[in-house]
Write a protein of this length. Sequence first.
Length: 215
Amino acid sequence: MPARAARPGLYISVDIEADGPIPGPYSMLSLGAAVAGRQDGASYTAADPERHTFYRELRPVGDRFVPEALAVSGLDRDRLLREGADPLAAMDAFRAWVRTVAAEAGAQPVMCGYPASFDWTFLYWYLMAFGDDSPFGHSGCLDMKTLYATKAGVPLRAAVKGRMPRELLSARPHTHHALDDAVEQAELMSNLMLWTPPSAADPARKGSGPSRPTG
């Protein structure tokens, strides 16, 4: 029996800002997302990351917070307690947005992050805690650090932006505003998907080991 063809994937860059290290005891304060691109088999088409975006600031769910985490985002937790979106309403709106852009693309949504581990932990917890439903399933996430490490042939701990070739990086600043960073990292995602490392592009260099990233 022939294998069933895989559905195309729509990669959605997600960035969150939080007031602590883990969800539950601490809160997700803002959520930004931007469509990065669509993969159909071996073909990847980058999207304009500013065309389809989502952003919410959320009301904290608990009393605990880490002052240093708040300082990173610059968000005012007291203001969010008064004005932040209800987490259930925010997650409902996010689910609807993801499913709309995925349906328009005729593709299955995949969350991507840099690194995905932190953002996915908060995102999945919130999706399940507030609505019990994830449009990405339980494992539909891709880590850009792992993608780079695999393509570049470097250890995961060396997969940092400071060591990546400059042509992979977005020219946009990393502001720690969730939407700004989601858009910036959507460009990084597309650049990584379309990137052929020098060692793979040059047949003469195959078997000689991976080149060391510069930049």
